[in-house]
Each structure stands twice: as C-alpha cells, then as structure tokens.
Ligand binder design. Structure first.
Ligand SMILES: [Mn+2]
Length: 317
C-alpha cells in the first residue's frame, strides 16, 4: 500500500473548493488523500517542499514533484527553470484564462479521467469564479452578500486557527455550500468577520487624501486601520480608480485598482505602471511594495497623478 497523498491547497475559497473536488475525484480513482492548506511563506524552500512525500497542489505554485497540479495564476512558476518543466498532462493543467481553479479540475477530470461533474460541484465552481475574479454584481454583493459561498469566503477572514479551513474542505467533499455555511463555527467566524468589515468601512473615510478626477487616493498605512478591499468604491461609487498605501508584515504596499462596477473606458495598464516601481499586476489591478512609508506615499501620489493626468486628457475634445 503506497503512502497516502496529501493535497496542498491555497487557503481561500476557490483553493478549498479545488481541494474538495480533487479529493473527491482521487477517491473515485482508489486513493485515500489527506489535505492541508498552504500559504505564501511555504515558498521559502520550494525545491525541498514535502521532500520524500507524495503530494498534489491546487491553486498554488507549480512544483515538479506534484503528482497532481492544477492552477490558474499567471505567476505560478517561481523560476524559468520551473516553467520549462511544465507540460500539460493527464495529471497537470494550468489555465491562465480561468477565473478560478475549480473549473479547470472539473473539465480535466471529465476529459482525462471520465469523471463527470455534479450540480453541487458546478455550483461551487461558479461561485469560485465570482469570488476569485471579483465578479460580484455590485459593491453591495461584494461586501454584504449573504449567499452560503459568500458567507464561507468572508468567514475565512476570521478563521479561529490556520487548520480550520481543512475542516471546511472535509465537509465540501460530500456536502453542499449551504450545509457548510450553516455550521455553528462558520456562523461565528462570519459574525466576527462581518464586524471587522463594518469597522473597516467606518474607518475608511478619514484615510482619504483626495478624490480629484474620480481617483480616490488614500493612506491606510496605520496598522490600527482595518482593511476592506472595496471600501473605496463603497464610499465613492462614482470613482474610476483607487490608489492607496497599506501596511505589510515587513513594510508598505501600494495598491491600485479600477472600480469593477464603474470601470474607465480604457485606462492605463496598472500592472505595467506598477512594474516601473518593481511591482506588477493586471490592467485592472496592480501593486508594488515599498521599503519605507515615505516611498510608499510618494509612489501612491505619483500613480494617482498619472491616472488623473490620463483622465483629464481623455475628457478634452
Ligand atoms: Mn485562490
């Protein structure tokens, strides 16, 4: 009997769903998999990750020793050498265009393993796309949405311990999102997360420096301020962009994003702007780390000015 395989998954909603679906499918193939969440700290000694053990990875960086690997992140390959080792196969798939990871596994399982999806997994995959690609119908759904998937996703922000998500994966393998969301511990975590959200929304307005040309420039660098991703567009629904400074564990981060519910016609590529500061991202969202608060504030001001100049120019006849 070979050792049990462990599925390592990114600890967010689509990562948990991806782990549950892969676990379900591997059971159908005669495996008895375990699972465990991953975080970005575990990239530190990536070549030796889980040396000598059998493992799969979903919704996280490519590893050449992964027996099964599925991901959608454009930044999945940590080095060009790792990129060169990837070939699509019966055990690996990378689809950058997929809004989330679970649909990749569902398609792959049908094509390569003859395992047809179920309405339950289809529903989880649909919500994974909404949550991971921020395809919420409006800012109210993003912040206050009450569907089971949205409750589970928000509850994760107030997880009682790092292994808690493993118990959610366990219940997603055979249960529905509604069943998972109705667990007492999920409800309690959701209550804590909802209180944090409300506090973050109250704390946001005083952090705003300026809102000229529909660009919200804010400084949330104080670690006393709670962060809620769409607070800028909740308070400034007609804004086209937000640019802000937030703290990280080791310094500061400048984040810039288009308003998903009021996007500019065609704006500058935020990822490319952030690349000039050593960061990156997509057209609609980008970020860069800064060594000092002073640098972060300067970068945020420069990015906001860049966007405002572009928008002011686009308005002229
Ligand atoms: Mn993910």
């Amino acid at each position: 009997m070979p050792d049990a395989l462990t599925i390592h998954y990114h600890r967010d909603f689509d990562g948990m769903v991806a782990a549950a679906i892969l676990a379900h499918n591997l059971r159908a193939r005669g495996e008895n998999p375990a699972w465990a969440g991953l975080n970005y700290d575990q990239r530190a000694d990536w070549p030796n990750f889980q040396a000598g053990k059998r493992f799969a990875i979903v919704d996280f960086h490519f590893h050449p020793r992964a027996e099964f690997w599925f991901d959608h992140h454009p930044t999945t390959f940590l080095t060009p050498e790792l990129r060169a080792q990837y070939q699509p196969s019966e055990r690996w798939a990378w689809e950058e265009a997929s809004p989330s990871c679970p649909p990749i596994i569902l398609r792959h399982a049908e094509k390569h393993w003859g395992i047809v999806s179920t309405p339950r997994f289809d529903e989880m995959a649909r919500w994974s796309d909404v949550i991971d690609a921020a395809r919420f119908t409006d800012v109210e759904q993003a912040l206050f949405g009450d569907d089971p998937a949205l409750r589970i996703s928000r509850a994760l922000a107030a997880a009682p311990d790092p292994h808690w998500s493993d118990t959610l994966v366990r219940d997603m393998i055979d249960g529905s999102l509604a069943e998972v969301a109705s667990r007492g511990d999920v409800d309690r975590a959701w209550q804590r997360a909802a209180r944090n959200r409300d506090l973050a929304l109250r704390q946001f307005p005083p952090t705003v420096d300026s809102t000229a040309e529909a660009v919200v420039l804010y400084d949330a660098s104080s670690n006393k301020i709670r962060r809620e991703r769409f607070a800028a567009f909740f308070h400034h629904a007609s804004a086209l962009y937000s640019v802000g400074v937030i703290p990280t564990r080791s310094g500061f981060h400048v984040t810039a994003g288009q308003n998903p519910w009021n996007p500019p016609d065609i704006g500058p590529h935020l990822g490319e702007i952030m690349e000039t500061y050593g960061g990156g991202g997509h057209r609609s969202v980008g970020g860069a780390n800064a060594p000092s608060l002073e640098d972060a504030r300067r970068i945020a001001r420069e990015v906001a000015t860049h966007l405002r100049t572009h928008l002011a120019g686009a308005k002229k006849p």
